[in-house]
Design a protein around this ligand. Structure first.
Ligand SMILES: [Zn+2]
Ligand SMILES: [Zn+2]
Ligand SMILES: [Zn+2]
Length: 107
């Protein structure tokens, strides 16, 4: 467990749910390429920073940029995209997040 990591934006609990996404499955935070900080979602980023979000370039998809809000392990983007649950603790991720992946990851 890595409690030294800080999640910015508007989280509402210790599992990185936020004021925008708060279902049982919304348990990840994303490290943003532009500012190297974790936010629960793109709305948290846009509402609490003064710059546009930048997407991760594909050649850096091996970087740890996904934080599991259950065990606080960091997963790489490649790993996150290939699983539907945390590889460390088995917590299920929200499959609907894939619809938003353009906000975070380039193609
Ligand atoms: Zn940023
Ligand atoms: Zn949010
Ligand atoms: Zn986990």
């Amino acid at each position: 467990m890595n409690r030294s990591l800080q999640v910015h934006g508007k989280p509402v609990d210790e599992h990185t749910r936020c004021v925008h996404y708060g279902t049982r499955l919304d348990i990840i935070a994303i490290r943003f390429f532009c500012c190297d900080r974790y936010f629960p979602c793109h709305l948290c980023h846009s509402e609490t920073t003064d710059h546009p979000a930048e997407q991760w370039p594909r050649e850096q998809f091996d970087q740890p940029a996904i934080l599991c809000g259950m065990c606080w392990s960091e997963l790489s983007i490649d790993t996150y995209k290939s699983v539907d649950a945390c590889t460390e603790c088995g917590a299920a991720f929200n499959p609907r997040c894939a619809a938003h992946s353009d906000y975070y990851f380039g193609n």
